[in-house]
Design a protein around this ligand. Structure first.
Ligand SMILES: Cc1cc2nc3c(=O)[nH]c(=O)nc-3n(C[C@H](O)[C@H](O)[C@H](O)COP(=O)(O)OP(=O)(O)OC[C@H]3O[C@@H](n4cnc5c(N)ncnc54)[C@H](O)[C@@H]3O)c2cc1C
Length: 401
């Protein structure tokens, strides 16, 4: 059996795990990422994850600091306006629009949107050229034994020894369960359909979230598709309705989509297959365990509202990598229990607050009963109409709290 020695072992090479590996390598650590799936190297992988990620400006600043943004920027579409449209009346038509403009809080954009497969391809390429970073994939973390000075991690045909294991292995985290950290999960009876579209009306760098029933339908700008304006779509609905929509023939699906999108970008044309995602919230009881720190979906999952999921994840990564870099500069152990407890204290309360906020927004967005839909419209109008409230909401959405 091969033996591998590393300072940091990152379990999971989704976007969060790859970014964590880059962050630790940038801070001067030996960082080994182990991912169960083959690395993403070309557009063929677009079919496996059709999601896109809107990186909000604090995440962009972090990615820039660790040397990643220059690679991603050429593929990114800016989000300069977040438009909330209420279509909660009896007819499927927009009856209230609130435009939140980045310029109003002194920003050029709220963030930038990129397809997930492309982010993964660029991060894999970045790690290949980064001293101190290694990626082993496909390979699964199969066991972990925390010891006083290090964790022993079992991989197929090899054993790795690491001062710290960063669990970035997703919502069903093996590492989280292996070290006995419980997590609370709850659902909404909702699912999200994810796909991309081309449309005749330019998006104008506006991300549009349309509220009716069952959850929001969100159109997020993408770079042009074969010369046409293009957007990524997340359409949240009650589970059975989402399952029916998934199975509709393409033309019928496009007709249903046009009705739900209220024609805001003209007739929408599918440019990808459709994928379906269950919508859940989840929070781990702790973010630290013996020689283990949880980040990203291993630590928290939220419904895809307001582009928060991966943005929270990068805040975890930044906080953990900074604490560990500080320890290293003082000649201390980056996997010491006190340091990991500091990470837990720095992030857990913030994570709980944000999960609770997104949970409340999702419940409001699901409202089916007409009086609730009218109350939601009144709430949007009140929030939008009061300038300090509107600006505070924008700053909060970016993660300033
Ligand atoms: C529809 C939808 C839209 C979204 N849009 C946005 C958005 O606009 N902005 C935003 O910030 N967030 C968004 N999110 C959230 C974001 O996509 C997720 O937070 C993010 O992709 C999860 O990243 P992750 O790396 O934590 O997990 P994953 O992507 O699940 O990666 C986990 C990785 O761990 C690997 N793994 C699992 N077990 C093991 C093991 N035992 N050993 C080794 N590897 C293992 C898996 O193979 C996988 O590659 C969205 C989510 C959804 C569902």
């Amino acid at each position: 059996m091969d033996r591998l020695d590393t300072e940091i072992l990152v379990a999971g090479g989704g976007v969060a795990g790859l970014a964590a590996t880059a962050a630790f390598a940038h801070a001067g650590f030996d960082a080994l990422c182990v991912d169960a799936e083959p690395p993403v190297t070309d557009a063929g992988h677009a079919r496996s994850d059709l999601r896109s990620t809107a990186f909000l400006m604090p995440a962009v600043a972090f990615l820039d600091r660790i040397g990643l943004w220059a690679r991603l920027a050429p593929h990114a579409a800016p989000l300069r306006v977040m438009r909330l449209a209420d279509a909660g009346g009896p007819e499927p038509a927009v009856r209230e629009v609130a435009d939140f403009e980045a310029g109003e809080i002194g920003q050029d954009a709220f963030g930038y949107n990129l397809p997930n497969w492309l982010i993964r391809r660029e991060l894999v390429a970045h790690l290949a050229g980064t001293p101190g970073a290694r990626l082993i994939a496909p390979a699964r973390v199969e066991g972990i034994v925390p010891r006083t000075a290090a964790a022993l991690v079992r991989l197929p045909g090899a054993q790795a020894r690491a001062a710290l294991v960063v669990a970035a292995d997703g919502r069903d985290s093996f590492v989280r369960e292996a070290v006995g950290i419980a997590a609370r999960r709850w659902g909404y009876g909702q699912k999200a359909l994810v796909f991309t579209v081309a449309h005749p009306v330019p998006h104008g760098d506006v991300s549009t979230e349309i509220h009716r029933t069952g959850g929001p339908l969100t159109l997020v700008p993408l770079p042009d598709h074969d010369g046409s304006p293009a957007s990524a779509v997340v359409w949240m609905e009650e589970g059975p309705k989402a399952a029916r929509l998934l199975e509709l023939p393409e033309a019928e699906f496009e007709a249903a989509l046009d009705e739900r999108a209220c024609g805001v970008l003209g007739r929408l044309r599918l440019t990808s297959p459709r994928r379906i995602w269950p919508i859940v919230s989840q929070v781990a009881d702790r973010l630290d365990g013996p020689r283990v720190a949880l980040v990203a979906e291993a630590a928290h999952v939220v419904p895809p509202i307001g582009a928060q999921g991966l943005n929270m994840s990068l805040r975890d990564v930044a906080a953990l990598a900074d604490l560990c870099a500080g320890a290293r500069a003082r000649g201390e152990d980056p996997g010491a229990p006190e340091l990991l407890a500091r990470y837990h204290r720095a992030r857990h309360a913030k994570v709980l607050a944000r999960v609770a906020g997104i949970d409340a927004l999702n419940r409001a967005a699901m409202a089916g009963w007409q009086p609730f839909r009218d109350a939601r419209r009144a709430g949007l109008r009140a929030l939008y109409g009061v300038t300090p409230l509107r600006r505070a909401a924008m700053r909060m959405g970016l993660g300033a709290r």
